[in-house]
Design a protein. Structure first.
Length: 242
């Protein structure tokens, strides 16, 4: 099995375009394969709308791109449906528009004025008018997990010991422990993001692609062959060994 995967994007369109350019170059040398984006398309970065537009255009044009739902993408949808509805997995003292979450940057990319500095009701009403229905419909259609060969792709991780088909949605988009510290083989190499690191890291039983694009870090694009992974760089492939 060959595939490519891209970590958490968080509204950074220019980084996404650069990641796709690295993948295109690698495909030219090694052949085409599906590209999986592990979620968290929106929040914190400057152009969440542009990221969604870019991914939708690519799929419409026939690119073999697959996109998973991340917890930030789900928070965006939940806000549009009902900003007062609690988000499972999020601390009760936080909301999607809290500066730590970055929802205001997402709404600003759609042209919503001062989304972090006005009463919620007005911001919500403006967001409903600003976010195209096709974006909402597309986000609502995103899968929570995908399997290709030896790999299972999810946003955050899995509940260890639970079959993939029985995983809870909130675990798939929010989990950290006990997943991150579990060293057992999960039956597939779990390819995920969600927990930011300095660089993409292979742990043997899982591969974390979130290299902190949300916080000024790079956006990682990797080539995967079986359970082996290679970070794509301007200088070529860099093996990611467990």
């Amino acid at each position: 099995m060959r595939a490519y995967a891209i970590g958490d994007i968080h509204g950074h369109l220019s980084l996404l375009e650069a990641a796709h350019a690295l993948i295109d170059r690698d495909m030219a040398e090694n052949g085409a394969a599906p590209v999986i984006h592990v979620g968290d398309l929106v929040d914190r970065g400057p152009d969440s709308r542009g990221v969604i537009d870019h991914l939708m255009r690519g799929q419409t044009a026939g690119a073999d791109w697959h996109v998973l739902l991340g917890n930030h993408d789900r928070m965006f949808l939940r806000f549009l449906d009902d900003p007062a509805e609690p988000e499972p997995g999020l601390r009760s003292d936080l909301s999607w528009l809290h500066p730590r979450l970055g929802g205001a940057a997402t709404l600003a990319s759609y042209g919503v004025h001062a989304p972090g500095d006005r009463p919620m009701a007005g911001v919500h009403a403006d967001a409903i008018g600003a976010v195209p229905k096709v974006h909402r419909d597309w986000l609502e259609s995103l899968p929570l997990h995908l399997q290709f060969g030896d790999c299972a792709f999810v946003h955050a991780g899995i509940r260890p010991g639970v079959p993939l088909s029985d995983q809870a949605e909130t675990d798939l988009v929010w989990i950290r422990e006990p997943f991150l510290s579990d060293t057992r083989d999960h039956g597939h190499l779990i390819v995920h993001g969600h927990t930011a690191l300095d660089r993409a890291t292979h742990y043997g039983n899982r591969l974390n692609l979130d290299s902190g694009a949300a916080y000024g870090g790079p956006l990682s694009a990797v080539a995967i062959e079986g359970r082996r992974a290679f970070l794509l760089t301007d200088a070529g492939r860099l093996p990611l060994d467990p």
